[in-house]
Structures are given as structure tokens and as C-alpha cells.
Design a protein around this ligand. Structure first.
Ligand SMILES: [Zn+2]
Length: 217
């Protein structure tokens, strides 16, 4: 019998029916499932996976292809050298329980879906959203409307598929975000590629100013 106060601190667990989840109970059937990984290991794992797959694959000692993929077994071996508790299952647990869809595993390979600073070409399908959104701070909005949106530290500009998501992202950096709407269809007709990375995130090389409008709220 597992006591409830014990469950509260556990980060990743697995339901036999619904897979990996975070917190004390399965998101679908509410059952406690099987313990997989605690908070502190999850944090170490998450930091290493994010850093390696988004920013420094070479210095971590893994080879990345041009679409951002890394061999899962090689990656796990590299991690085992750093963390002796490491197991391959933890990578599946991290990826599958991530509500933001930060990573994916496919054909024994793993990659980050977005957030890269390393130079890669992601091969996602074109977005079909008529409009996309970007949250800016009041200080930067005029500069963006004049020059367009360019990536600064990252490889791609990250756009949101809804006004609400853009506001949510921007609130991390600014108290009163200004939401810019992007005329996605017109941009695509003019040859600008807008790639769907997750249900909420679209990546672009840059968005020129003629497709940008401030949403009045
Ligand atoms: Zn379940």
C-alpha cells in the first residue's frame, strides 16, 4: 500500500493502459500507476536532454543529423557516463509525459521538436493555420513591425497557433504583452515556409513586416 503523501513528490509514473504521466495520478483513469522517475532525476535528465538536443550535441559527444535527430542508444550511453542511474526507459518517460511536446522519439532516434540554437533544418509539414500569433513586449513591438520578426539566439522564430498561446508564452518575459497577428496564408503564398512543430508552435526562418499586424484587445 503506497501512501498518498509519498505519491505527491513523484514526478513521472506509468499507467499500463495510458502510458507515462506526471504527478500522482494518471490524467485519464486517475490510478497511481507504477513509479518511474523522481523529481530531481527528471530535472537532471530534462536539462541534459534539452541542452544536448537543442544547443550543444557536439560537446555532449553525440552526432546529430541535419533534421536534429540523434541515435537513441548512443544518446543513452552518453547519459549513462554522466548519470549512472540512467536507463533508456527514462527517455521514453520524459518524452511521452511532456505536455508541451518538446521532444519526439521515432525509429530509435530522438530529437527536440523546437527551441534549437544549433543549425538544423526541421522537416515538418506546412502549417494550415490562416493566422499565427507572436507576443511581444511593449518596448519591442515597434521594432518588430518595422523590421519583421527574426530569430535572435534561436535557429527559428517561434510562432503560436492561437492568440491565447502567444499571450501565455509572452507573459514569461513581459507583464503586458502586445500580440502580433501574422497573415500566414499570404506569407506562404509569397514563399515563406511556416512549419508546424507541435499543435501550438509554428517555426519560421523570419517573418517580414508586411505580414504583421497588432491585435487590438
Ligand atoms: Zn490510466
Amino acid at each position: 500500500m503506497v501512501k498518498f503523501h509519498y505519491l505527491r513528490d513523484i514526478m513521472i509514473r506509468r499507467c499500463t493502459e495510458h502510458g507515462y504521466f506526471r504527478g500522482g495520478g494518471c490524467l485519464q483513469c486517475k490510478l497511481p500507476g507504477r513509479y518511474v522517475l523522481d523529481d530531481s532525476k527528471e530535472e537532471k535528465l530534462g536539462r541534459f536532454v534539452s541542452g544536448t538536443l537543442r544547443h550543444f550535441p557536439a560537446s555532449a559527444g553525440v552526432e546529430m543529423d541535419k533534421c536534429g535527430w540523434v541515435n537513441l542508444d548512443t544518446f543513452c550511453e552518453v547519459m549513462k557516463k554522466r548519470y549512472n542511474w540512467m536507463r533508456k526507459e527514462y527517455l521514453y518517460a520524459l518524452v511521452e509525459s511532456d505536455e508541451k511536446g518538446r521532444y519526439e522519439i521515432c525509429d530509435s532516434r530522438i530529437r527536440a521538436r523546437y527551441g534549437h540554437s544549433v543549425d538544423i533544418d526541421l522537416d515538418y509539414p506546412e502549417s494550415t493555420f490562416p493566422y499565427l500569433y507572436y507576443g511581444a513586449s511593449p518596448e519591442e513591438v515597434d521594432v518588430l513591425l518595422e523590421n519583421g520578426i527574426f530569430p535572435i539566439k534561436q535557429r527559428y522564430v517561434h510562432l503560436s497557433t492561437s492568440y491565447e498561446k502567444a499571450a501565455e508564452v509572452a507573459l514569461i518575459h513581459t507583464e503586458s504583452p502586445v500580440i502580433i497577428q501574422i497573415e500566414a496564408v499570404r506569407a506562404q503564398e509569397d514563399g515563406i515556409s511556416l512549419r508546424l512543430a507541435t499543435d501550438y508552435i509554428v517555426l519560421a526562418e523570419k517573418i517580414p513586416p508586411e505580414y504583421l499586424f497588432v491585435v487590438e484587445n
